[in-house]
Design a protein around this ligand. Structure first.
Ligand code: TYD
Length: 212
């Protein structure tokens, strides 16, 4: 039996990582065999690629190089972490995945969407998330919360507006897989909403188990 892949998407500062942690602890507590991982950086090689991608000293990076580095990182991550975990029926929670490339490199940088979709299919071996949670937030709010100032975060407001629009378009096209939740609901309120979607989706895959 195959496992279950849940991905989280959204702008920087949307509260994604907090929600990933809360969901991970919840699923552990109700007895799921669950792992938590992230892109970029879910493997040793990926962590090195992440450094190249985010370093401010690489300001000259072309958007094609950026796209292919994220793709390489993803190929390694799928090969080393996601595919084996799904093959052993685990629930995998991944902080960013294929939709980040569509939203950031496609809608944000203007790279061809079909090309990115093809790359996504190649790098993931056709793995598509079973459920994707997009945490929607107004760009200013999110960016004010992070202040990390890495290479990508150094972009302007219009870039983040385009990414946000991209995420909403992805959700519009794939309403069964992609659920948009409001990022300004508060940590606990948001967790409850996400839990609702996850419980429902997991019931379909693991009928013997039920949430709290
Ligand atoms: P990170 O510090 O992990 O940000 P966050 O905590 O918001 O996830 O940095 C990841 C950055 O990489 C973020 O700006 C989004 C970007 N990114 C892409 O542009 N394309 C991708 O395919 C992925 C996975 C991430």
């Amino acid at each position: 039996m195959r496992g279950f892949l849940i991905t989280f998407e959204g702008l920087e500062g949307s509260g994604k990582s907090t929600q990933v942690n809360l969901l991970y602890r919840y699923l552990l507590s109700v007895g799921y065999d669950v792992i938590q991982t992230q892109e970029p950086g879910g493997t040793k090689i990926g962590a090195k690629i992440r450094k190249i991608l985010l370093s401010r000293s690489n300001a000259c990076m072309s958007s094609m190089t950026e796209l292919l580095l994220f793709a390489s990182e993803r190929a390694q991550h799928v090969y080393e972490v996601i595919k084996p975990a799904l093959a052993s029926s685990k629930v995998v929670i991944c902080d960013r995945f294929i939709d980040s490339s569509i939203a950031y490199q496609g809608y944000g940088r203007g790279q061809d969407l079909e090309m990115i979709q093809t790359l996504n299919r190649i790098t993931t071996n056709n793995i598509i998330p079973d459920l994707t949670i997009v945490i929607d937030i107004e760009p200013n709010k999110g960016l004010l919360r992070t202040g990390k100032g890495d290479r990508i975060e150094h972009e302007d407001y219009a870039f983040y507006q385009a990414i946000r629009t991209g995420y909403l378009k992805i959700a519009e096209k794939e309403p069964n897989r992609v659920k948009v939740v409001e990022g300004d609901k508060g940590m606990e309120g948001l967790h409850q909403v996400i839990r609702g979607y996850v419980d429902e989706a997991l019931r379909g895959r693991f009928p013997g188990k039920s949430g709290r």
